[in-house]
Design a protein around this ligand. Structure first.
Ligand code: PGA
Length: 255
């Protein structure tokens, strides 16, 4: 059984005061013994603060990106070692906003995956197609090439220990969610692609769905056999919504 994982992606949002009240509310709302793993991926300047706020809780700390380099003259960048030093367990790699707005290539994403994995972090590597790519019937080809770049740099067994997030670009921040059937089909494709290289890795790898997950649609998505949780943007900034999504992943109702 793969334990479900719900990871919040705060993106470039937050403040010292807002972070404190958000984490306190999530901690209060989500029982530590619930049957899913929870993480919050926060802006780099707040990692230390939020690391302190989640201490002693079941919430893991994550970052949103990292440098593929270990150290040196890379102004503004953050290394995998620094994230590990600050207590991160997870780091998002290759989010579509990084690929589109910051020009990250699939090869760079793969290098970041290797850097994260090498520092003992669990990479959450994002893949997904744009709407024109879906319309053109190239969803699987796009995702295959994004995944194959990671396979070219890391073994399938390392991917089995990581997390893959399927995030259709057209569903991110748009309120337009993939249907459970659409998402399950792509998740099954991703798992088969991993299985072609390493059956044990395919059975173990957690594949999250991301793209307008909310308290209303989470249960139906998480009920699909190859959907192992969610990567949640907007709804992770609202404690009640995020807790409800975590409860959906745990198979529990809010009381
Ligand atoms: P969203 O973002 O939930 O706001 O659509 C998801 C993501 O970008 O990870």
């Amino acid at each position: 059984m793969r334990p479900k994982l719900v990871a919040g992606n705060w993106k470039m949002n937050g403040s010292l005061a807002a972070n404190r009240s958000l984490v306190e509310a999530v901690r209060a709302g989500f029982p530590a013994a619930a049957g899913c793993e929870v993480a919050v991926c926060v802006p780099a300047p707040y990692l230390q603060q939020v690391g302190g706020l989640v201490q002693g809780s079941a919430i893991a700390l994550g970052a949103q990106t990292l440098s593929e380099h270990a150290a040196g003259a890379y102004t503004g960048e953050t290394s995998a070692g620094m994230l590990a030093d600050l207590g991160c367990r997870y780091v998002i790699v290759g989010h579509s906003e990084r690929r589109t707005l910051f020009g990250e290539t699939s090869a760079q994403v793969a290098a970041k995956f290797v850097a994260a994995d090498g520092a003992g972090l669990v990479p959450i590597v994002c893949v997904g197609e744009t709407w024109p790519e879906r319309e053109a019937g190239t969803t699987e080809a796009v995702i295959a090439s994004q995944l194959d770049a990671v396979f070219a740099a890391a073994s399938a067994s390392r991917l089995g220990l990581a997390v893959i997030a399927y995030e259709p670009v057209w569903a991110i921040g748009t309120g337009k969610t993939a249907t459970p059937q659409q998402a399950q089909a792509v998740h099954a494709f991703i798992r088969a692609r991993v299985a072609a290289r390493d059956a044990a890795a395919a059975a173990a790898v957690r594949i999250l769905y991301g793209g307008s997950v909310n308290a209303g649609n989470a249960s139906a998505l998480f009920a699909c056999p190859d959907i192992d949780g969610g990567l949640v943007g907007g709804a992770s900034l609202k404690a009640a919504d995020f807790v409800a999504i975590c409860m959906a992943a745990s198979g529990r109702e809010l009381t």
